[in-house]
Design a protein. Structure first.
Length: 149
């Protein structure tokens, strides 16, 4: 049970922050590469779905989502299976080596990289890209020009 909590915390910390990046070395880089190479596009989309459903419970943004408890539980189960497969099977040796060489910070650093790869794939979608840039139509360009000249 204690190991499960530690792994979950490391994965979440890695996906949500830049913590652990300072310790990244060749072994952590190898683990990051293994994680990315060992996941499919569907795996990475499922990982982003989990992150989204987890964030949706925050009181300040809860009104923007109608994620059900059933959907959240399903994404939790899918993510647990994915993380378990990656750490204990697909990238077992890279995980062991990274932790031995770079310490416990290797897991958050590697999962941060996987989170970035996963998010990048979604941001590349034309509809998402359009939605992300939509705020710019509300910017006052003159204010920016006065700073950037």
């Amino acid at each position: 049970m204690r190991t499960n909590i530690a792994v979950a915390f490391a994965v979440l910390l890695g996906m949500a922050t830049s913590a652990g990046m300072a310790i990244a070395g060749p072994a952590t880089d190898a683990l990051s590469k293994c994680l990315a190479d060992s996941t499919t596009g569907k795996d990475r989309k499922d990982l982003v779905r989990w992150f989204f459903t987890s964030l949706s419970v925050h009181p300040d943004i809860q009104d923007l989502s109608n994620v059900t408890e059933t959907a959240r539980t399903e994404t939790d189960k899918n993510t647990a299976a994915l993380i378990e497969r990656l750490i204990t099977q697909s990238c077992r040796e890279q995980t062991k080596n990274a932790i031995k060489t770079d310490g416990q910070g290797a897991l958050p650093a590697s999962f941060k990289t996987l989170g970035e790869v996963s998010a990048y794939e979604l941001f590349a979608n034309p509809s998402v890209n359009k939605a992300i840039s939509a705020f710019s139509q509300h910017l006052d360009n003159a204010k920016f020009e006065s700073v950037l000249k």
